[in-house]
Design a protein. Structure first.
Length: 101
């Protein structure tokens, strides 16, 4: 079984409308690099809630997603997200769907 990950949203949890496919999410700020997103996706907390997920194939899908990306840059799409230093900031998440190929 092979998987493909697709970024489907970057938003507050209240604004995420869900997906018909399994979803993983990672918190992001205006200081989060692609490397940190990748590391968070590979942490068990990101995907442990999905039963019957092949861990090795999931890890391969994450590697493929980031294969051609410069990992040490902060994505432009994160520029508007507060860095979380303020007690009133809510966490913004980057959501990825998992498609079985």
């Amino acid at each position: 079984m092979k998987y493909e990950l697709n970024n489907i949203a970057i938003c507050l949890p209240d604004y995420f409308s869900g997906s018909s496919k399994p979803v993983v999410q990672v918190p992001v700020t205006n200081k989060t690099t692609y490397r940190e997103v990748k590391e968070l996706l590979l942490s068990w907390e990101a995907f442990d809630h999905i039963e019957e997920l092949d861990d090795n194939e999931y890890e391969q899908a994450v590697e493929e997603l980031f294969a051609n990306i410069v990992l040490d840059i902060v994505p432009d799409s994160f520029a508007y997200i507060e860095d979380g230093d303020d007690d009133f900031c809510e966490d913004v998440y980057m959501y990825f769907s998992i498609t079985t190929l």
